[in-house]
Design a protein around this ligand. Sequence first.
Ligand code: DOR
Ligand code: ZN
Length: 362
Amino acid sequence: MDIPSRIVLRRPDDWHVHLRDGAMLEAVLPSTARLFARAIVMPNLRPPVTTTKAAVAYRERILAALPPGLSFTPLMTAYLTDSTDPQDLKQGFEAGVFTAVKLYPANATTNSAAGVRELDAITPVLETMQAIDLPLLIHGEVTDPEVDVFDREAVFIERHLVPLRRRFPSLRVVLEHITTEQAVDYVRAAHQSGEQTLAATITPHHLHLNRNAMFEGGLRTDFYCLPVVKRERHRRALVAAATGGEPCFFLGTDSAPHPRSAKETSCGCAGIFNAAHALESYAAIFEQQGALDRLEGFASEHGPRFYRLPLNSETVTLVRQPQVVPQSLTLSDRRADALDAAEAPRLFHAGETLAWRVAVDG
Ligand code: DOR
Ligand code: ZN
């Protein structure tokens, strides 16, 4: 297939991102907002965003940090705990505050200590969500220390997701940042059997990296994220899912910035900051697969259709113009005041050359 020199796409959305708060929010928000029209914003702040009131306040902080001239809509999520009040979720949903609700199994990942300990404890919440059609977003990993870290997603599907979806057959669920062929197979099988209640997001890093990459030439803390990257076989299954045109798979970067000192230490945080070159990163994979014609579906159409939101009407252009990715996020003057330059997050693909460059059309 001939490779075009430019591709015009409907403006994409990011269906899973960590925008953080305070100085880090100021630093990273422009990367997301210059490209994506909307984003599902993760609630794992400290303290987590567990109520409508907290989500309204967080949304205001995001909008206040938005550079002038950028149009961007943050779509807010509630962080589920064992004591979430279903009435508050319902009110938040009806008031247009919540787009979805996030389930972190307690201690599965960054700032998830207040997450759900026992799925049975949240039955009334799930009943309410199913009744009002409020989607559940799942970090799908078991926390059982007996289970090998590379198996935690597959075991979660078997142990928890299958029974949960049987109990709540019309609850809409997004299995977030999938990393295994078991997840691909499970989501695809549900879709092929006509169920429209299950979808999955796929990150750029899980499309590019296998677990060897984490140890190439030394321990690569930049490539540590959760769920952890897996064997090559799994990466290939994810690439096939993302580029195959199936509507149950869509874009969610899981861009998760941490200050440099929190990544490069003896007990480093999980998370990869990929927002600055996210579309270029996905485009590299779609190009390798000869599937650039399917990028728009994955990036801009499947997500809104699942969430039952309108498709964006603006466009963005990808130009085939190589760029070398800098080592870390460059802070504008205003943001440099807030975040120490030495703490600016390292960029995914740092030092590599990406073939595409985004030009935003408006
Ligand atoms: O790598 C990750 N980072 N995975 C998560 O689930 C959380 C995220 C974060 O908040 O840093
Ligand atoms: Zn995440």
